[in-house]
Design a protein around this ligand. Structure first.
Ligand SMILES: *[C@@H]1O[C@H](CO)[C@@H](O)[C@H](O)[C@H]1NC(C)=O
Ligand SMILES: *[C@@H]1O[C@H](CO)[C@@H](O)[C@H](O)[C@H]1NC(C)=O
Ligand SMILES: *[C@@H]1O[C@H](CO)[C@@H](O)[C@H](O)[C@H]1NC(C)=O
Ligand SMILES: *[C@@H]1O[C@H](CO)[C@@H](O)[C@H](O)[C@H]1NC(C)=O
Ligand SMILES: *[C@@H]1O[C@H](CO)[C@@H](O)[C@H](O)[C@H]1NC(C)=O
Length: 278
């Protein structure tokens, strides 16, 4: 049995080595961002999704499930380590969504265009680009893995990739959602050794003016708090991404999953064993 397990493990790591950072499963270095190394299961799977192990400066920073058709993330998963990392003043895109042979590090569009001799339109086929987010009335570039939840510059800069961003109502992003990110998260995570977070966006019926990027109908977040290697508690939050609504609802994890079941038309399990038992 042990031999078989070992063999499976070796096989799994060989498979892993064969893949680039846009991957077929969140394994290897990418599994660390999920509680119990287990990604969400159930209805959070659009038909043309890409799993991105977000790499910046050759380090794995967080994980994103990306909807290539709607050009928004389904969710980003990361470990909460709030701090004073600075913001990055430009935006990255994901080279491996353009062509799987490209570099695994996120990079700026201009650099990719120069390096691979391609056009902005080539980049935009597989993902949102800076241009899609220019001059949006009432909409911010809303981070799913926010820069303030990482505690040094490079970790924070890595969140400035358009594969981690959705068009988010400006008022919500700058008020109620920000309060959730800063105050609620900090209060709720008191006493936790490690807090695993998954933040996602429910696709909506409308797009930004370019017609290329979906405007989500809801933004949600869930957290699993671990202390002494055991799950201690979990919580959730849900916000309608509607102009000037600016309300974030605190929910239990179970209640959030019930709401998500309705919104995604199928059962959603965010954390292994609901983060309540091993
Ligand atoms: C961030 O900076 C503020 C002000 O300098 C300081 O009070 C706070 O402790 C810092 N937070 C972290 C997590 O380093
Ligand atoms: C990806 O890039 C490689 C190397 O530049 C090229 O040979 C290949 O045709 C590209 N694949 C696609 C799908 O564009
Ligand atoms: C959500 O919970 C946090 C932490 O308990 C609390 O500070 C905050 O006021 C609550 N927000 C709402 C909208 O109820
Ligand atoms: C999107 O359109 C469908 C079908 O018309 C409707 O059932 C659904 O409620 C709409 N969703 C939103 C967020 O408006
Ligand atoms: C769920 O079903 C409704 C009604 O059929 C549809 O409008 C909506 O887009 C579906 N949601 C997702 C995430 O597929």
């Amino acid at each position: 049995m042990l031999g078989l397990l070992l063999l499976l493990q070796v096989l799994a790591s060989c498979l892993w080595l064969g893949h680039s950072e846009v991957v077929t499963a969140f394994l290897g270095p990418c599994a660390q961002f999920f509680y119990a190394q287990t990604p969400p299961s159930g209805a959070l799977r659009p038909t043309n999704a890409a799993r991105i192990c977000q790499v910046y400066d050759n380090k794995y920073r967080f994980a994103t499930l990306y909807d290539r058709n709607r050009r928004i993330p389904v969710y980003s998963a990361y470990i909460y380590q709030p701090g004073n990392g600075s913001r990055y003043d430009r935006w990255f895109v994901e080279p491996q969504l353009i062509n799987e042979t490209y570099n695994k590090n996120m990079d700026e569009e201009d650099d990719i265009i120069r390096r691979y001799q391609i056009t902005s339109a080539d980049v935009g086929k597989s993902q949102a680009i800076d241009q899609d987010y220019m001059n949006l009335a009432d909409l911010d570039r809303g981070h799913l893995s926010p820069s303030s939840h990482h505690n040094d510059d490079k970790w924070s800069w890595a969140t400035f990739t358009l594969t981690n961003i959705v068009p988010q109502d400006r008022k919500l992003n700058q008020n109620a959602w920000r309060m959730y990110e800063e105050d609620t998260m900090s209060k709720n995570s008191q006493g936790c050794d490690t807090t695993y977070v998954i933040t996602g966006a429910v696709p909506g019926n409308t797009t930004v003016p370019s017609g290329r990027v979906n405007i989500p109908s809801y933004i949600w977040s869930a957290a699993c708090c671990v202390k002494d290697k055991k799950p201690l508690k979990a919580w959730g939050a849900l916000a309608e991404n509607e102009i000037n609504k600016n309300v974030v609802e605190n929910l239990t994890l179970g209640r959030l999953e019930t709401q998500l079941k309705k919104l995604y038309n199928g059962t959603v399990t965010l954390f292994s064993n609901s983060c309540t038992q091993e």
